[in-house]
Design a protein around this ligand. Sequence first.
Ligand code: F6R
Length: 616
Amino acid sequence: MCGIVGYVGEQSALDVVISGLRRLEYRGYDSAGVALVTADGLATDKRAGKLINLEESLDRTPLPAATTGMGHTRWATHGGPTDRNAHPHVDCTGKLAVIHNGIIENFSKLRLGLETNGHDFSSETDTESVAHLLEDAYAAAGGNLAQAMRDVCKQLVGAFTLVAVHSDSPECVVGARRNSPLVVGRGVGENFLASDVSAFISFTRNAVELGQDQVVEITRDGISVTTFDGAPAETNEYEVTWDAAAAEKGGFEHFMLKEIAEQPKAVADTLLGRVGVDGKLTLDEMRLSDEELREVDKIIVIACGTAYNAGMIAKYAIEHWTRIPVEVELASEFRYRDPIVDPQTLVIAISQSGETMDTLMALRHAREQRARVLAICNTNGSTIPRESDAVLYTHAGPEIAVASTKAFLTQIVAAYLVGLYLAQVRGNKYGDEIAAILTDLRDMPEKIERVLETMEPVRKLASTLKDKTSVLFLGRHVGFPVALEGALKLKELAYMHAEGFAAGELKHGPIALVEAGTPVFVTIPSPRGRSVVHDKVVSNVEEVRARGAYTILIAEEGDESINSAADFIIRIPACPTLMQPLLATVPLQVFACEMATVKGFDVDQPRNLAKSVTVE
Ligand code: F6R
Protein backbone atom coordinates (compact mmCIF):
# COMPACT_ATOMS: atom_id res chain seq x y z
CA MET A 1 0.00 0.00 0.00
CA CYS A 2 2.55 2.57 1.15
CA GLY A 3 6.28 2.07 1.63
CA ILE A 4 7.98 3.24 4.82
CA VAL A 5 11.67 3.58 5.73
CA GLY A 6 13.28 4.91 8.92
CA TYR A 7 16.98 5.17 9.71
CA VAL A 8 19.35 6.13 12.54
CA GLY A 9 23.08 5.63 12.15
CA GLU A 10 26.24 7.16 10.82
CA GLN A 11 25.50 7.28 7.10
CA SER A 12 23.61 9.99 5.24
CA ALA A 13 20.04 9.32 6.31
CA LEU A 14 18.80 10.77 3.04
CA ASP A 15 20.84 8.34 0.93
CA VAL A 16 19.72 5.35 3.00
CA VAL A 17 16.08 6.44 2.96
CA ILE A 18 15.99 7.17 -0.78
CA SER A 19 17.65 3.83 -1.62
CA GLY A 20 15.05 2.11 0.58
CA LEU A 21 12.19 4.01 -1.06
CA ARG A 22 13.43 2.93 -4.50
CA ARG A 23 13.04 -0.66 -3.37
CA LEU A 24 9.64 0.00 -1.81
CA GLU A 25 8.19 2.08 -4.60
CA TYR A 26 6.27 -0.98 -5.84
CA ARG A 27 4.07 -0.59 -2.75
CA GLY A 28 2.68 2.74 -3.85
CA TYR A 29 3.88 5.39 -6.22
CA ASP A 30 1.59 8.37 -6.34
CA SER A 31 3.71 10.61 -4.11
CA ALA A 32 6.81 10.43 -1.93
CA GLY A 33 8.45 12.38 0.85
CA VAL A 34 11.26 12.47 3.40
CA ALA A 35 11.87 14.01 6.82
CA LEU A 36 15.38 14.47 8.23
CA VAL A 37 16.44 15.47 11.72
CA THR A 38 19.22 17.95 11.01
CA ALA A 39 21.35 20.16 13.26
CA ASP A 40 18.98 23.01 12.36
CA GLY A 41 15.80 21.10 13.17
CA LEU A 42 13.38 19.11 11.07
CA ALA A 43 13.76 19.29 7.28
CA THR A 44 11.19 17.82 4.93
CA ASP A 45 10.39 17.58 1.26
CA LYS A 46 7.45 15.81 -0.40
CA ARG A 47 6.20 15.64 -3.95
CA ALA A 48 3.24 14.25 -5.85
CA GLY A 49 4.06 11.65 -8.50
CA LYS A 50 6.76 9.03 -8.59
CA LEU A 51 9.85 9.02 -6.42
CA ILE A 52 11.85 10.60 -9.21
CA ASN A 53 9.90 13.86 -8.70
CA LEU A 54 11.04 13.97 -5.10
CA GLU A 55 14.61 13.13 -6.08
CA GLU A 56 14.65 15.94 -8.65
CA SER A 57 13.28 18.35 -6.09
CA LEU A 58 15.97 17.30 -3.60
CA ASP A 59 18.62 17.84 -6.28
CA ARG A 60 17.31 21.33 -6.94
CA THR A 61 16.99 22.23 -3.26
CA PRO A 62 19.19 19.95 -1.15
CA LEU A 63 18.28 19.36 2.50
CA PRO A 64 20.91 19.79 5.24
CA ALA A 65 22.94 16.71 6.20
CA ALA A 66 21.43 14.31 8.72
CA THR A 67 21.98 10.82 10.09
CA THR A 68 18.42 10.34 11.35
CA GLY A 69 15.49 10.34 8.97
CA MET A 70 12.56 8.61 7.36
CA GLY A 71 10.76 8.42 4.02
CA HIS A 72 7.47 7.38 2.50
CA THR A 73 6.08 6.36 -0.84
CA ARG A 74 2.30 6.60 -1.01
CA TRP A 75 -0.75 4.87 -2.46
CA ALA A 76 -3.49 7.36 -1.71
CA THR A 77 -6.50 6.48 0.44
CA HIS A 78 -7.65 9.70 2.16
CA GLY A 79 -6.94 12.75 0.06
CA GLY A 80 -5.76 12.75 -3.55
CA PRO A 81 -2.14 12.36 -4.60
CA THR A 82 -0.98 15.97 -4.19
CA ASP A 83 2.13 17.57 -2.68
CA ARG A 84 0.11 18.59 0.38
CA ASN A 85 -1.32 15.15 1.00
CA ALA A 86 2.03 13.42 0.51
CA HIS A 87 3.73 12.19 3.70
CA PRO A 88 5.45 13.13 6.04
CA HIS A 89 2.89 15.19 7.92
CA VAL A 90 4.21 17.72 10.40
CA ASP A 91 2.70 18.99 13.66
CA CYS A 92 2.00 22.63 14.53
CA THR A 93 5.45 23.11 16.09
CA GLY A 94 7.20 22.01 12.91
CA LYS A 95 9.39 19.72 15.02
CA LEU A 96 7.57 16.41 14.70
CA ALA A 97 6.87 14.45 11.52
CA VAL A 98 4.96 11.23 10.95
CA ILE A 99 4.49 8.79 8.06
CA HIS A 100 1.76 6.20 7.85
CA ASN A 101 0.61 3.12 5.99
CA GLY A 102 -3.02 2.02 6.46
CA ILE A 103 -6.24 3.79 7.39
CA ILE A 104 -7.18 5.57 10.60
CA GLU A 105 -10.90 4.88 10.68
CA ASN A 106 -11.78 7.35 13.45
CA PHE A 107 -9.76 10.19 11.95
CA SER A 108 -12.67 12.59 11.36
CA LYS A 109 -13.66 12.50 15.01
CA LEU A 110 -10.04 12.94 16.06
CA ARG A 111 -9.57 15.78 13.62
CA LEU A 112 -12.64 17.60 14.89
CA GLY A 113 -11.37 17.41 18.46
CA LEU A 114 -7.88 18.54 17.46
CA GLU A 115 -9.18 21.47 15.41
CA THR A 116 -11.39 22.50 18.30
CA ASN A 117 -8.28 22.53 20.47
CA GLY A 118 -6.54 24.86 18.04
CA HIS A 119 -4.50 22.56 15.79
CA ASP A 120 -4.07 23.71 12.20
CA PHE A 121 -4.40 21.12 9.46
CA SER A 122 -2.89 21.49 6.05
CA SER A 123 -3.92 18.26 4.28
CA GLU A 124 -6.99 16.10 3.70
CA THR A 125 -5.34 12.96 5.04
CA ASP A 126 -6.23 10.77 8.00
CA THR A 127 -2.52 10.71 8.86
CA GLU A 128 -2.23 14.36 9.77
CA SER A 129 -4.42 13.79 12.82
CA VAL A 130 -1.71 11.48 14.14
CA ALA A 131 0.91 14.21 13.79
CA HIS A 132 -1.16 16.54 15.96
CA LEU A 133 -2.05 13.82 18.47
CA LEU A 134 1.65 13.02 18.78
CA GLU A 135 2.41 16.70 19.28
CA ASP A 136 0.19 16.82 22.37
CA ALA A 137 1.25 13.39 23.61
CA TYR A 138 4.96 14.25 23.22
CA ALA A 139 4.51 17.30 25.42
CA ALA A 140 2.50 15.29 27.97
CA ALA A 141 5.14 12.53 28.01
CA GLY A 142 7.90 15.02 28.76
CA GLY A 143 9.57 14.61 25.39
CA ASN A 144 9.50 10.82 25.27
CA LEU A 145 8.59 9.99 21.65
CA ALA A 146 8.07 6.26 22.22
CA GLN A 147 5.71 6.96 25.12
CA ALA A 148 3.86 9.51 22.99
CA MET A 149 3.47 6.90 20.25
CA ARG A 150 2.09 4.34 22.72
CA ASP A 151 -0.43 6.87 24.05
CA VAL A 152 -1.56 7.85 20.57
CA CYS A 153 -1.86 4.29 19.22
CA LYS A 154 -4.37 3.50 21.93
CA GLN A 155 -6.62 6.24 20.56
CA LEU A 156 -6.53 5.01 16.97
CA VAL A 157 -9.03 2.72 15.29
CA GLY A 158 -7.99 1.03 12.07
CA ALA A 159 -4.87 -0.39 10.50
CA PHE A 160 -1.60 1.42 10.70
CA THR A 161 2.11 1.39 10.52
CA LEU A 162 3.38 4.69 11.88
CA VAL A 163 6.91 6.04 12.00
CA ALA A 164 7.78 9.35 13.62
CA VAL A 165 10.78 11.59 14.31
CA HIS A 166 11.10 14.67 16.48
CA SER A 167 13.87 17.24 16.16
CA ASP A 168 14.19 17.43 19.97
CA SER A 169 14.88 13.66 20.04
CA PRO A 170 17.42 13.62 17.21
CA GLU A 171 18.94 10.22 17.90
CA CYS A 172 15.85 8.07 17.59
CA VAL A 173 13.11 6.95 15.25
CA VAL A 174 9.91 5.47 16.65
CA GLY A 175 7.53 3.11 14.89
CA ALA A 176 4.30 1.27 15.68
CA ARG A 177 2.18 -1.32 13.97
CA ARG A 178 -1.32 -2.69 14.01
CA ASN A 179 -2.51 -4.88 11.13
CA SER A 180 0.07 -3.40 8.82
CA PRO A 181 3.69 -4.41 8.23
CA LEU A 182 6.81 -3.00 9.89
CA VAL A 183 10.11 -4.80 10.24
CA VAL A 184 13.33 -3.73 11.95
CA GLY A 185 16.77 -4.10 10.37
CA ARG A 186 19.58 -4.56 12.89
CA GLY A 187 22.87 -3.10 11.75
CA VAL A 188 26.13 -2.23 13.48
CA GLY A 189 26.03 1.35 14.76
CA GLU A 190 22.84 1.83 12.74
CA ASN A 191 19.31 0.47 12.69
CA PHE A 192 16.45 0.54 10.21
CA LEU A 193 12.67 0.41 10.09
CA ALA A 194 10.86 -0.54 6.91
CA SER A 195 7.68 -1.94 5.44
CA ASP A 196 9.71 -4.87 4.20
CA VAL A 197 13.27 -6.09 4.35
CA SER A 198 14.09 -5.18 0.75
CA ALA A 199 14.46 -1.55 1.91
CA PHE A 200 17.52 -2.32 4.03
CA ILE A 201 18.82 -5.56 2.53
CA SER A 202 21.91 -3.80 1.07
CA PHE A 203 22.90 -2.77 4.60
CA THR A 204 21.94 -5.72 6.77
CA ARG A 205 20.34 -9.14 6.52
CA ASN A 206 19.43 -9.24 10.22
CA ALA A 207 15.76 -8.55 10.69
CA VAL A 208 13.54 -8.34 13.74
CA GLU A 209 9.88 -9.22 13.36
CA LEU A 210 7.45 -6.96 15.20
CA GLY A 211 4.24 -8.36 16.62
CA GLN A 212 0.77 -6.91 16.53
CA ASP A 213 0.20 -3.73 18.56
CA GLN A 214 3.84 -3.04 19.31
CA VAL A 215 5.90 0.13 19.44
CA VAL A 216 9.59 0.13 18.53
CA GLU A 217 12.25 2.70 19.20
CA ILE A 218 15.51 2.51 17.27
CA THR A 219 18.68 4.39 18.08
CA ARG A 220 22.16 3.84 16.63
CA ASP A 221 22.91 1.08 19.12
CA GLY A 222 19.58 -0.11 20.36
CA ILE A 223 16.22 -1.55 19.43
CA SER A 224 13.57 -1.50 22.09
CA VAL A 225 10.13 -2.99 21.57
CA THR A 226 7.10 -2.71 23.83
CA THR A 227 3.39 -3.32 23.68
CA PHE A 228 1.04 -0.35 23.42
CA ASP A 229 0.83 -0.56 27.23
CA GLY A 230 4.58 -0.20 27.61
CA ALA A 231 5.36 -3.78 28.64
CA PRO A 232 8.57 -5.18 27.10
CA ALA A 233 7.62 -7.31 24.08
CA GLU A 234 9.15 -10.50 22.76
CA THR A 235 10.49 -10.30 19.25
CA ASN A 236 11.71 -12.80 16.74
CA GLU A 237 15.06 -12.13 15.07
CA TYR A 238 15.92 -13.84 11.79
CA GLU A 239 18.35 -13.70 8.93
CA VAL A 240 17.00 -12.85 5.50
CA THR A 241 17.97 -15.67 3.16
CA TRP A 242 18.21 -13.66 -0.06
CA ASP A 243 20.56 -10.81 -0.87
CA ALA A 244 20.40 -7.35 -2.41
CA ALA A 245 20.85 -8.72 -5.94
CA ALA A 246 17.52 -10.56 -5.62
CA ALA A 247 15.78 -7.21 -5.14
CA GLU A 248 17.44 -5.64 -8.19
CA LYS A 249 16.68 -5.93 -11.87
CA GLY A 250 19.86 -7.88 -12.69
CA GLY A 251 20.13 -6.65 -16.27
CA PHE A 252 16.43 -7.06 -17.12
CA GLU A 253 14.51 -4.07 -18.39
CA HIS A 254 11.73 -4.63 -15.87
CA PHE A 255 11.34 -6.52 -12.62
CA MET A 256 8.41 -8.35 -14.19
CA LEU A 257 10.63 -9.76 -16.96
CA LYS A 258 13.17 -10.84 -14.38
CA GLU A 259 10.49 -12.47 -12.26
CA ILE A 260 8.99 -14.28 -15.25
CA ALA A 261 12.46 -15.60 -16.06
CA GLU A 262 12.99 -16.70 -12.46
CA GLN A 263 9.97 -19.01 -12.50
CA PRO A 264 11.83 -22.26 -13.14
CA LYS A 265 14.03 -21.59 -10.10
CA ALA A 266 11.13 -20.37 -7.97
CA VAL A 267 9.18 -23.56 -8.66
CA ALA A 268 12.26 -25.73 -8.03
CA ASP A 269 12.99 -23.89 -4.76
CA THR A 270 9.41 -24.31 -3.58
CA LEU A 271 9.73 -28.07 -4.09
CA LEU A 272 13.13 -28.28 -2.44
CA GLY A 273 13.46 -30.26 0.76
CA ARG A 274 9.84 -31.40 0.86
CA VAL A 275 10.59 -35.15 0.74
CA GLY A 276 12.04 -36.93 3.77
CA VAL A 277 14.56 -39.79 3.81
CA ASP A 278 11.68 -42.27 3.90
CA GLY A 279 10.47 -40.88 0.55
CA LYS A 280 7.44 -39.31 2.21
CA LEU A 281 6.31 -35.76 1.76
CA THR A 282 7.31 -33.66 4.79
CA LEU A 283 6.06 -30.15 5.26
CA ASP A 284 8.23 -28.75 8.03
CA GLU A 285 6.18 -25.69 8.78
CA MET A 286 2.94 -27.73 8.89
CA ARG A 287 1.97 -27.17 12.50
CA LEU A 288 -1.25 -29.15 12.14
CA SER A 289 -1.16 -32.72 13.43
CA ASP A 290 -2.05 -35.70 11.24
CA GLU A 291 -5.06 -36.21 13.46
CA GLU A 292 -6.29 -32.68 12.83
CA LEU A 293 -5.81 -33.14 9.10
CA ARG A 294 -7.73 -36.41 9.14
CA GLU A 295 -10.69 -34.61 10.73
CA VAL A 296 -10.96 -32.06 7.91
CA ASP A 297 -14.24 -32.44 6.04
CA LYS A 298 -14.16 -29.26 3.96
CA ILE A 299 -11.53 -26.90 2.60
CA ILE A 300 -12.12 -23.23 1.86
CA VAL A 301 -9.44 -21.35 -0.03
CA ILE A 302 -9.47 -17.59 0.60
CA ALA A 303 -7.38 -15.22 -1.49
CA CYS A 304 -7.48 -12.18 -3.76
CA GLY A 305 -6.57 -11.50 -7.37
CA THR A 306 -3.86 -13.72 -8.74
CA ALA A 307 -3.66 -15.70 -5.50
CA TYR A 308 -7.39 -16.44 -5.90
CA ASN A 309 -6.74 -17.77 -9.40
CA ALA A 310 -4.03 -20.03 -7.95
CA GLY A 311 -6.61 -21.26 -5.43
CA MET A 312 -9.07 -22.01 -8.24
CA ILE A 313 -6.44 -24.24 -9.88
CA ALA A 314 -5.62 -25.93 -6.58
CA LYS A 315 -9.28 -26.88 -6.12
CA TYR A 316 -9.15 -29.25 -9.11
CA ALA A 317 -6.06 -31.01 -7.77
CA ILE A 318 -6.98 -31.15 -4.08
CA GLU A 319 -10.48 -32.49 -4.70
CA HIS A 320 -9.13 -35.04 -7.16
CA TRP A 321 -6.41 -36.27 -4.81
CA THR A 322 -8.19 -36.11 -1.46
CA ARG A 323 -11.94 -36.27 -2.23
CA ILE A 324 -12.40 -33.39 0.24
CA PRO A 325 -14.78 -30.72 -1.10
CA VAL A 326 -12.93 -27.46 -1.80
CA GLU A 327 -14.55 -24.04 -2.08
CA VAL A 328 -12.56 -21.09 -3.37
CA GLU A 329 -13.71 -17.71 -2.19
CA LEU A 330 -12.63 -14.13 -2.77
CA ALA A 331 -11.36 -13.07 0.63
CA SER A 332 -13.20 -9.75 0.41
CA GLU A 333 -16.53 -11.58 0.12
CA PHE A 334 -15.92 -14.41 2.57
CA ARG A 335 -16.82 -12.99 5.93
CA TYR A 336 -19.74 -10.93 4.72
CA ARG A 337 -21.80 -13.91 3.59
CA ASP A 338 -21.87 -15.78 6.91
CA PRO A 339 -19.89 -18.75 5.59
CA ILE A 340 -20.44 -22.21 7.05
CA VAL A 341 -17.18 -22.84 8.86
CA ASP A 342 -16.48 -25.10 11.83
CA PRO A 343 -13.52 -26.82 13.51
CA GLN A 344 -13.49 -29.48 10.79
CA THR A 345 -12.98 -26.84 8.11
CA LEU A 346 -9.48 -26.23 6.83
CA VAL A 347 -9.14 -22.70 5.52
CA ILE A 348 -6.19 -22.14 3.18
CA ALA A 349 -5.22 -18.48 2.94
CA ILE A 350 -3.04 -17.79 -0.11
CA SER A 351 -1.08 -14.55 -0.19
CA GLN A 352 2.22 -13.53 -1.74
CA SER A 353 2.73 -10.55 0.55
CA GLY A 354 1.13 -12.03 3.67
CA GLU A 355 -0.30 -8.56 4.35
CA THR A 356 -3.41 -8.35 2.17
CA MET A 357 -6.06 -6.94 4.47
CA ASP A 358 -9.02 -8.69 2.82
CA THR A 359 -7.31 -12.05 3.26
CA LEU A 360 -6.20 -11.24 6.80
CA MET A 361 -9.72 -10.25 7.84
CA ALA A 362 -11.18 -13.37 6.24
CA LEU A 363 -8.71 -15.61 8.05
CA ARG A 364 -9.47 -13.93 11.36
CA HIS A 365 -13.14 -14.55 10.76
CA ALA A 366 -12.41 -18.22 10.01
CA ARG A 367 -10.39 -18.58 13.20
CA GLU A 368 -13.17 -16.99 15.22
CA GLN A 369 -15.40 -19.80 13.91
CA ARG A 370 -12.68 -22.20 15.15
CA ALA A 371 -11.60 -23.32 11.70
CA ARG A 372 -7.96 -24.27 11.24
CA VAL A 373 -6.09 -21.92 8.98
CA LEU A 374 -3.12 -22.81 6.83
CA ALA A 375 -1.30 -19.97 5.07
CA ILE A 376 0.51 -20.29 1.76
CA CYS A 377 2.76 -17.27 1.71
CA ASN A 378 5.90 -15.87 0.12
CA THR A 379 6.89 -13.40 2.82
CA ASN A 380 8.60 -14.73 5.88
CA GLY A 381 7.25 -13.41 9.14
CA SER A 382 4.39 -11.44 7.60
CA THR A 383 1.05 -11.11 9.35
CA ILE A 384 -0.98 -13.79 7.54
CA PRO A 385 1.38 -16.72 8.33
CA ARG A 386 1.89 -15.39 11.85
CA GLU A 387 -1.83 -15.45 12.52
CA SER A 388 -2.40 -18.86 10.91
CA ASP A 389 -2.25 -22.26 12.58
CA ALA A 390 0.18 -23.53 9.97
CA VAL A 391 2.16 -22.16 7.07
CA LEU A 392 3.73 -23.40 3.89
CA TYR A 393 6.15 -20.86 2.46
CA THR A 394 6.61 -20.50 -1.26
CA HIS A 395 10.25 -19.85 -2.01
CA ALA A 396 9.81 -17.47 -4.92
CA GLY A 397 12.14 -14.80 -3.51
CA PRO A 398 11.12 -11.14 -3.48
CA GLU A 399 8.45 -10.24 -6.03
CA ILE A 400 8.80 -6.55 -6.81
CA ALA A 401 6.76 -6.03 -9.99
CA VAL A 402 3.21 -5.19 -9.05
CA ALA A 403 1.81 -7.86 -11.39
CA SER A 404 2.29 -11.22 -9.77
CA THR A 405 4.05 -13.92 -11.83
CA LYS A 406 6.48 -16.20 -10.02
CA ALA A 407 4.38 -16.02 -6.87
CA PHE A 408 1.42 -17.41 -8.85
CA LEU A 409 3.29 -20.46 -10.10
CA THR A 410 4.74 -21.20 -6.67
CA GLN A 411 1.32 -20.77 -5.02
CA ILE A 412 -0.02 -23.48 -7.31
CA VAL A 413 2.92 -25.74 -6.41
CA ALA A 414 2.54 -25.11 -2.67
CA ALA A 415 -1.21 -25.76 -2.79
CA TYR A 416 -0.53 -28.99 -4.68
CA LEU A 417 1.92 -30.00 -1.93
CA VAL A 418 -0.80 -29.38 0.65
CA GLY A 419 -3.19 -31.54 -1.38
CA LEU A 420 -0.66 -34.35 -1.68
CA TYR A 421 0.19 -34.12 2.01
CA LEU A 422 -3.48 -34.43 2.92
CA ALA A 423 -3.78 -37.42 0.56
CA GLN A 424 -0.74 -38.99 2.24
CA VAL A 425 -1.96 -38.41 5.79
CA ARG A 426 -5.51 -39.54 5.06
CA GLY A 427 -4.46 -42.50 2.92
CA ASN A 428 -6.27 -41.34 -0.22
CA LYS A 429 -3.27 -42.18 -2.35
CA TYR A 430 -0.54 -44.80 -2.22
CA GLY A 431 3.01 -43.62 -1.61
CA ASP A 432 4.07 -44.49 -5.15
CA GLU A 433 1.20 -42.47 -6.62
CA ILE A 434 2.26 -39.44 -4.58
CA ALA A 435 5.88 -40.00 -5.57
CA ALA A 436 4.86 -40.08 -9.26
CA ILE A 437 3.04 -36.74 -8.95
CA LEU A 438 6.05 -35.24 -7.16
CA THR A 439 8.21 -36.41 -10.04
CA ASP A 440 5.85 -34.67 -12.47
CA LEU A 441 6.17 -31.51 -10.37
CA ARG A 442 9.94 -31.76 -10.32
CA ASP A 443 9.93 -31.99 -14.13
CA MET A 444 8.17 -28.64 -14.38
CA PRO A 445 11.11 -26.19 -13.92
CA GLU A 446 12.83 -27.61 -17.00
CA LYS A 447 9.58 -27.45 -18.98
CA ILE A 448 8.90 -23.85 -17.90
CA GLU A 449 12.43 -23.04 -19.06
CA ARG A 450 11.58 -24.51 -22.47
CA VAL A 451 8.45 -22.35 -22.69
CA LEU A 452 10.52 -19.27 -21.83
CA GLU A 453 12.96 -20.06 -24.63
CA THR A 454 10.22 -19.91 -27.26
CA MET A 455 8.53 -16.63 -26.37
CA GLU A 456 9.76 -14.43 -29.22
CA PRO A 457 6.68 -15.01 -31.45
CA VAL A 458 4.45 -14.17 -28.46
CA ARG A 459 6.23 -10.83 -28.10
CA LYS A 460 5.66 -10.11 -31.79
CA LEU A 461 2.01 -11.09 -31.39
CA ALA A 462 1.60 -8.28 -28.85
CA SER A 463 2.72 -5.74 -31.46
CA THR A 464 0.30 -7.20 -34.00
CA LEU A 465 -2.64 -6.99 -31.61
CA LYS A 466 -1.83 -3.68 -29.95
CA ASP A 467 -4.80 -1.82 -31.44
CA LYS A 468 -7.41 -4.38 -30.43
CA THR A 469 -9.93 -3.07 -27.93
CA SER A 470 -10.88 -6.36 -26.33
CA VAL A 471 -9.17 -9.70 -25.75
CA LEU A 472 -10.85 -12.89 -24.53
CA PHE A 473 -9.30 -15.86 -22.75
CA LEU A 474 -10.89 -19.31 -22.62
CA GLY A 475 -10.19 -22.58 -20.89
CA ARG A 476 -11.87 -25.55 -19.27
CA HIS A 477 -10.99 -27.45 -16.11
CA VAL A 478 -7.65 -26.03 -14.87
CA GLY A 479 -7.52 -24.02 -18.09
CA PHE A 480 -10.39 -21.86 -16.81
CA PRO A 481 -8.45 -20.18 -13.97
CA VAL A 482 -5.53 -19.84 -16.39
CA ALA A 483 -7.90 -17.83 -18.60
CA LEU A 484 -8.86 -15.65 -15.61
CA GLU A 485 -5.20 -15.06 -14.85
CA GLY A 486 -4.37 -14.21 -18.49
CA ALA A 487 -7.16 -11.65 -18.53
CA LEU A 488 -6.16 -10.17 -15.17
CA LYS A 489 -2.56 -9.70 -16.32
CA LEU A 490 -3.64 -7.95 -19.51
CA LYS A 491 -6.08 -5.66 -17.70
CA GLU A 492 -3.65 -4.56 -15.04
CA LEU A 493 -0.65 -4.06 -17.31
CA ALA A 494 -2.03 -3.01 -20.69
CA TYR A 495 -5.29 -1.38 -19.48
CA MET A 496 -7.22 -3.35 -22.12
CA HIS A 497 -10.65 -4.84 -21.83
CA ALA A 498 -9.93 -8.51 -21.20
CA GLU A 499 -12.16 -11.29 -19.90
CA GLY A 500 -11.51 -14.87 -18.94
CA PHE A 501 -14.29 -17.41 -19.40
CA ALA A 502 -14.91 -21.09 -18.93
CA ALA A 503 -14.86 -22.19 -22.57
CA GLY A 504 -18.15 -24.06 -22.27
CA GLU A 505 -19.89 -21.06 -20.75
CA LEU A 506 -19.17 -18.77 -23.67
CA LYS A 507 -22.18 -19.83 -25.69
CA HIS A 508 -24.43 -18.88 -22.75
CA GLY A 509 -23.84 -15.19 -23.32
CA PRO A 510 -20.29 -13.87 -23.63
CA ILE A 511 -19.91 -15.17 -27.22
CA ALA A 512 -21.85 -12.04 -28.19
CA LEU A 513 -18.61 -10.13 -27.49
CA VAL A 514 -16.85 -11.89 -30.36
CA GLU A 515 -16.62 -9.94 -33.57
CA ALA A 516 -14.41 -10.09 -36.62
CA GLY A 517 -10.79 -10.08 -35.49
CA THR A 518 -11.39 -10.35 -31.71
CA PRO A 519 -8.30 -12.07 -30.29
CA VAL A 520 -9.28 -15.16 -28.29
CA PHE A 521 -6.60 -17.04 -26.35
CA VAL A 522 -7.53 -20.64 -25.61
CA THR A 523 -5.61 -23.15 -23.50
CA ILE A 524 -6.10 -26.55 -25.11
CA PRO A 525 -6.05 -29.47 -22.65
CA SER A 526 -3.79 -32.38 -23.42
CA PRO A 527 -5.30 -34.80 -25.96
CA ARG A 528 -3.61 -37.61 -24.04
CA GLY A 529 -5.44 -37.04 -20.78
CA ARG A 530 -9.21 -36.80 -20.58
CA SER A 531 -9.50 -36.30 -24.31
CA VAL A 532 -13.20 -35.55 -24.04
CA VAL A 533 -12.29 -32.18 -22.49
CA HIS A 534 -9.76 -31.61 -25.26
CA ASP A 535 -12.34 -32.21 -27.96
CA LYS A 536 -14.93 -30.03 -26.26
CA VAL A 537 -12.48 -27.12 -26.05
CA VAL A 538 -11.59 -27.56 -29.73
CA SER A 539 -15.33 -27.35 -30.50
CA ASN A 540 -15.48 -24.11 -28.46
CA VAL A 541 -12.61 -22.76 -30.54
CA GLU A 542 -14.52 -23.57 -33.71
CA GLU A 543 -17.55 -21.72 -32.33
CA VAL A 544 -15.63 -18.46 -31.84
CA ARG A 545 -13.77 -18.89 -35.09
CA ALA A 546 -17.04 -19.21 -36.94
CA ARG A 547 -17.86 -15.74 -35.61
CA GLY A 548 -14.66 -14.20 -36.87
CA ALA A 549 -12.39 -14.49 -33.80
CA TYR A 550 -8.61 -14.50 -34.21
CA THR A 551 -7.72 -17.67 -32.30
CA ILE A 552 -4.47 -18.02 -30.39
CA LEU A 553 -4.16 -21.57 -29.11
CA ILE A 554 -1.81 -22.70 -26.36
CA ALA A 555 -1.41 -26.37 -27.14
CA GLU A 556 0.81 -29.29 -26.29
CA GLU A 557 3.72 -30.13 -28.61
CA GLY A 558 2.57 -32.80 -31.03
CA ASP A 559 -1.15 -31.99 -30.80
CA GLU A 560 -1.70 -31.41 -34.52
CA SER A 561 -5.45 -31.83 -34.25
CA ILE A 562 -5.81 -28.13 -33.43
CA ASN A 563 -3.88 -26.77 -36.40
CA SER A 564 -6.84 -26.02 -38.62
CA ALA A 565 -8.65 -24.15 -35.80
CA ALA A 566 -5.72 -21.87 -34.99
CA ASP A 567 -4.68 -18.50 -36.34
CA PHE A 568 -1.66 -18.56 -34.04
CA ILE A 569 -0.23 -21.48 -32.07
CA ILE A 570 1.87 -21.31 -28.90
CA ARG A 571 3.42 -24.69 -28.17
CA ILE A 572 4.12 -25.92 -24.65
CA PRO A 573 5.74 -29.21 -23.59
CA ALA A 574 3.50 -32.19 -22.87
CA CYS A 575 2.65 -32.67 -19.19
CA PRO A 576 -0.16 -34.11 -17.05
CA THR A 577 -3.37 -32.06 -17.11
CA LEU A 578 -2.98 -30.72 -13.56
CA MET A 579 0.53 -29.46 -14.33
CA GLN A 580 -0.52 -27.58 -17.46
CA PRO A 581 -1.28 -24.23 -15.72
CA LEU A 582 2.40 -24.01 -14.73
CA LEU A 583 3.25 -23.85 -18.44
CA ALA A 584 0.19 -22.30 -20.08
CA THR A 585 0.25 -19.20 -17.86
CA VAL A 586 3.77 -18.22 -18.89
CA PRO A 587 2.97 -17.07 -22.48
CA LEU A 588 0.05 -15.07 -21.11
CA GLN A 589 2.35 -13.28 -18.66
CA VAL A 590 4.83 -12.55 -21.45
CA PHE A 591 2.04 -11.33 -23.75
CA ALA A 592 0.66 -8.91 -21.14
CA CYS A 593 4.13 -7.62 -20.27
CA GLU A 594 4.98 -7.07 -23.92
CA MET A 595 1.63 -5.42 -24.64
CA ALA A 596 2.27 -2.91 -21.84
CA THR A 597 5.73 -2.25 -23.27
CA VAL A 598 4.42 -1.79 -26.80
CA LYS A 599 1.81 0.66 -25.52
CA GLY A 600 4.45 2.55 -23.56
CA PHE A 601 3.03 1.80 -20.12
CA ASP A 602 4.94 1.28 -16.91
CA VAL A 603 5.31 -2.50 -16.64
CA ASP A 604 6.40 -2.69 -13.02
CA GLN A 605 4.12 -0.01 -11.65
CA PRO A 606 0.80 -0.02 -13.49
CA ARG A 607 -1.53 2.88 -12.84
CA ASN A 608 -3.86 2.89 -9.81
CA LEU A 609 -2.31 -0.24 -8.30
CA ALA A 610 -0.03 -1.13 -5.41
CA LYS A 611 1.75 -4.36 -4.67
CA SER A 612 0.29 -5.19 -1.32
CA VAL A 613 -3.19 -4.00 -0.52
CA THR A 614 -3.26 -3.37 3.20
CA VAL A 615 -6.70 -1.75 3.32
CA GLU A 616 -10.10 -3.43 2.93
C1 F6R B 1 -2.18 -9.34 -9.70
C2 F6R B 1 -1.79 -9.19 -8.31
C3 F6R B 1 -2.86 -9.07 -7.28
C4 F6R B 1 -2.50 -9.89 -6.04
C5 F6R B 1 -3.55 -9.68 -4.94
C6 F6R B 1 -3.26 -10.51 -3.72
O1 F6R B 1 -1.07 -9.46 -10.53
O2 F6R B 1 -0.64 -9.15 -7.99
O3 F6R B 1 -4.09 -9.47 -7.80
O4 F6R B 1 -2.43 -11.23 -6.39
O5 F6R B 1 -3.59 -8.33 -4.59
O6 F6R B 1 -2.02 -10.18 -3.17
P1 F6R B 1 -1.31 -11.13 -2.13
O7 F6R B 1 -0.97 -12.40 -2.85
O8 F6R B 1 -0.10 -10.40 -1.69
O9 F6R B 1 -2.29 -11.39 -1.03
